[in-house]
Design a protein around this ligand. Structure first.
Ligand code: FE2
Ligand code: FE2
Length: 245
């Protein structure tokens, strides 16, 4: 599975950024900031008290679409995965969504013709932002606490169905939300690429598109971690819980 472009523990952290600068925000989510000097990935992880193997698997998952060691990743503690996912949520809320909004506002301000089309884009984006924020906060309030309650045994003697109801958790609703937040981001890109009359500053629109491509890739990797790693981990935890009852 280790290709020549795989991030390894003995690489210098600076080399990792040179190899793929899109990994920078992923690395930041582990509490690591620039200024690594010549430290290796292993040394930086040790200095930050991080699980090296988990760090490498996450970084490589984002770096190389063919790298996805499912079984190994399903072996990590659910709380470790959740802590990483929460950091990603913070990045979407703090950086991804506001930056995209700022770029759209800038685009609207450069309009020189069919401004109503651009205003529709702005409106579409505002609704999208609200939907994604609802999805993220729903996971923070319901999904992750439900997993934590089972892992930590804080279930108050209740059965699984009651707990799911109390935490408002449903596999189907979760899957539907994921499909929608990805599909709408793709729609937004397509409207810009295919249908929007180009009565605006081209460079501003290009920058917005670059940003949306980065956003989509990051969000897809994020949702895949939840769907393909965390949910099967949860199913296992639920099965163990049933067996104990
Ligand atoms: Fe999430
Ligand atoms: Fe999600």
């Amino acid at each position: 599975m280790m290709g020549k472009n795989t991030v390894t523990s003995d690489m210098k952290m600076a080399e990792v950024i040179h190899m793929n600068y899109l990994l920078l925000p992923v690395i930041n989510r582990f509490g690591i900031k620039l200024g690594f000097g010549d430290k290796t990935v292993e040394k930086v992880c040790r200095d930050h008290g991080l699980n090296l193997s988990f760090f490498l698997d996450i970084v490589n998952t984002y770096h190389d679409p063919s790298y996805f060691p499912r079984d190994k990743m399903r072996g990590y503690p659910a709380t470790l995965i959740i802590d990483y996912l929460l950091q990603s949520h913070e990045y979407y809320n703090r950086t991804m969504l506001p930056e995209a909004e700022g770029m759209i506002e800038k685009l609207v301000s450069t309009c020189s013709g069919h401004c109503e089309d651009l205003r529709l884009i702005e409106d579409f984006y505002r609704k999208y932002k609200e939907e994604l924020q609802n999805h993220l906060s729903g996971e923070e309030i319901h999904f992750f606490p439900y997993v934590r309650a089972l892992v930590e045994g804080k279930t108050g003697g209740k059965d699984l169905e009651t707990l799911r109801r109390e935490y408002n958790f449903s596999y189907q609703a979760h899957a539907d939300e994921h499909e929608s937040v990805i599909a709408k981001l793709v729609d937004l890109k397509n409207i810009l690429i295919k249908y929007l009359p180009p009565d605006y500053d081209v460079e501003v629109c290009n920058n917005l598109l670059y940003w949306l491509f980065i956003f989509e890739d990051d969000l897809k990797d994020h949702e895949r971690l939840e769907d393909v790693i965390l949910l099967p981990v949860l199913e296992n935890i639920e099965q163990q819980f049933r067996n104990q009852q």
